[in-house]
Design a protein. Structure first.
Length: 302
């Protein structure tokens, strides 16, 4: 199974990310090339890239299974402020070029927020922007299914389909299904086979290029988007496990974006990554109600 998680990129760039992924027992990972909420980017070091590739080769992490996540500040859906919209296009293109320098060929993107625009105007803006962004690039963008918080586009399969059907270079686009977002958008994952059938009818299963594997803090159709640790939310461990091991998604990387776990130790608040233990639960196919205790024990002396 191709199973990984979100990792930080700050220390030693891609090399640091690859080492974190391995520490979490992952054979795939996702990263932001810098802080997702700003545009400050460190220049890439050739040495870090070579070290990362070498490390990945010896630790069973294929570059095919490394995925970047586009920063949140990009919004392709609204061009009321033309400068802002053009900036989103330019910056997204820059981020893609950074990925290509590292040998990374895939990036997950939130389609965008309509804000005061109609859905149709917003979707057409996204399509127009994506055509500009991808022009001449050998790269795959994965549109993420969204929870429908605020005016988010891409919270129905029909909206995602509209974008995929309208872009010029269709072969450069895939979909990332986020389980928390699907639940919050109103898709009942307890009947996952029906969901896959629907997806297949509308878009085609072969277009699923990534799964974001998260539980949700909120109920079906809440339009909230708050991720929860696997088995501690409303989706349930059994359902998430079924998605993970689904025969039709065998080749698709599953990436965890579950929340860090917080503790107060000696009055100091610390937070720890849950991934190593959640990945273990999936591989063992066994929910561990003591997950939080285990995480604390493991990182206590770190
Ligand atoms: Fe996302
Ligand atoms: Fe996600
Ligand atoms: Zn989310």
């Amino acid at each position: 199974m191709i199973l990984g998680c979100h990792v930080s990129f700050s220390e030693n760039g891609l090399y640091g990310s690859a080492k974190s992924a391995h520490e979490y027992l992952a054979n795939a990972f996702m990263f932001y090339t810098g802080a997702p909420q700003n545009t400050i980017r460190k220049s890439l070091k050739e040495e870090d890239i070579l070290n990362a590739h070498e490390f990945m080769k010896t630790h069973q992490i294929s570059l095919e299974h490394v995925i970047c996540h586009a920063p949140y500040i990009i919004n392709l859906a609204n061009k009321t402020n033309l400068d802002k919209w053009n900036f989103s296009i330019t910056f997204l293109r820059q981020e893609i070029l950074r990925c290509l320098k590292m040998g990374v060929k895939k990036m997950v993107l939130h389609p965008g927020s309509a804000l005061a625009l109609s859905r149709f105007e917003a979707l057409d803006n996204i399509v127009e922007a994506l055509n500009q962004v991808m022009d001449g690039l050998d790269f795959t963008l994965l549109l993420e299914t969204m929870a429908g918080k605020g005016s988010e586009c891409g919270c129905t399969l029909e909206e995602v389909k509209y974008i995929l059907d309208s872009v010029l270079e269709k072969n450069k686009f895939q979909v990332c299904i986020d389980t928390c977002h699907l639940n919050d958008a109103g898709y009942d994952l307890n009947d996952f086979d029906s969901f896959l059938d629907l997806f297949d009818q509308l878009i085609g299963i072969s277009k699923i290029g990534c799964v974001h594997l998260n539980d949700s803090k909120n109920v079906l159709a809440s339009h909230k988007d708050r991720h929860e640790n696997l088995g501690f939310g409303t989706i349930s461990f059994e359902t998430l496990l079924k998605i993970c091991y689904h025969e039709k998604l065998k080749e698709v990387p599953k990436i965890l974006e579950t929340p860090f776990v917080g503790y107060s130790i000696n009055d100091k608040k610390r937070i720890y990554p849950p991934y190593r233990f959640e990945i273990e639960m999936i591989r063992k196919r066994q929910f561990d109600p003591d997950l939080y205790i285990k995480i604390r024990e493991y990182y206590k002396n770190a």
